[in-house]
Design a protein around this ligand. Structure first.
Ligand code: OAD
Length: 252
């Protein structure tokens, strides 16, 4: 079957539904110029994300971890949502119970207008007290984001005296209980799950397609390349999400 036949078939099956869940990963933001984690542009000074996004790395060298996040912040700062983000925001008007779960911390879904949004791994523009006093700081405006991204690589300190850390779920850490419960609930009760731009290797997000399928949902993968999910997906659309999502939307 040609890809355009597959998109038509997917659109036809999705049209009649009400409960649709989308799960996104770094690939949805690639066309906005944000580096993915496992692609060739994911390396920073020879470090992999998995070397730096850990509590151990922060305990050993908080300045290095902050420097990496400031580099990521600088890449994200001038990025704008792309057509893929915008289509996912408009999907809230297509299906009465549309929900978007993202592994991304770049905040671009929110900036595209998504409101029914679960940020599974946190948000790069928020920092919180590493000692757990509850203090958080958010770079909420464009001006403050630009100031921060260009700031010298210092480690921010909380009013309580402890270090601040990025408010991001690191490898080896648990997701926020409430967000995880809402996501699992949505995966178990959706009629279709769209898996967009993720390598499908990081859990628990990578478990959502299996959960959805076991509860009878159809699973559609949109990715530029094959992933561990591809064989299990009901439909695979191979290409850029910034092109395929608008093509799908046009057929709904
Ligand atoms: P990855 O970098 O692992 O995967 C990105 C995926 O997007 C790959 O499968 C690419 O083929 C695909 N891709 C790239 N460009 C695309 C495009 N234009 N359209 C569609 N697909 C495209 O990123 P994630 O799967 O998001 O965790 O990684 C999961 C988690 O691991 C991240 O949230 C992060 C990371 O370490 C934390 O920071 C906690």
């Amino acid at each position: 079957m040609s890809q355009s036949d597959t998109i038509r078939q997917v659109a036809q099956r999705l049209r009649a539904l009400t409960r649709v869940l989308a799960l996104t990963g770094a690939g949805i933001s690639a066309e906005s110029g944000v580096p993915t984690f496992r692609g060739p542009d994911g390396l920073w000074r020879n470090y992999r994300a998995t070397d730096l996004a850990t509590p151990g790395a922060f305990a050993r060298d908080p300045a290095l971890v902050w420097e990496w996040y400031r580099w990521r912040r600088s890449k994200i700062c001038d990025a704008s949502p792309n057509p893929g983000h915008h289509v996912l925001a408009r999907f809230e008007g297509v299906w009465p119970a549309f929900l978007l779960a993202t592994q991304n911390v770049d905040g671009l879904h929110g900036r595209a207008g998504s409101r029914r949004l679960l940020e599974l791994h946190g948000n790069i523009w928020r920092a919180r007290c590493a000692a757990g006093c509850g203090q958080t700081v958010t770079e909420a405006t464009r001006a403050s984001r630009q100031r921060d991204a260009g700031a010298p690589p210092t480690v921010p300190v909380c009013a309580c005296g402890a270090l601040m850390r990025p408010d991001i779920v690191w490898f080896g850490e648990a997701l926020d209980d409430t967000i995880l419960a809402q996501t699992l609930d949505a995966a178990a009760s959706c009629e279709a799950l769209l898996v967009v731009g993720t390598s499908s290797v990081v859990y628990p997000a990578a478990a959502l397609p299996g959960l959805a399928k076991r509860h009878g949902a159809i699973v559609v993968e949109i990715n530029v390349e094959e992933t561990p999910l591809t064989g299990a997906a009901d439909y695979t659309l191979r290409g850029k999400s910034g092109e395929l999502l608008p093509a799908l939307e046009a057929l709904l």
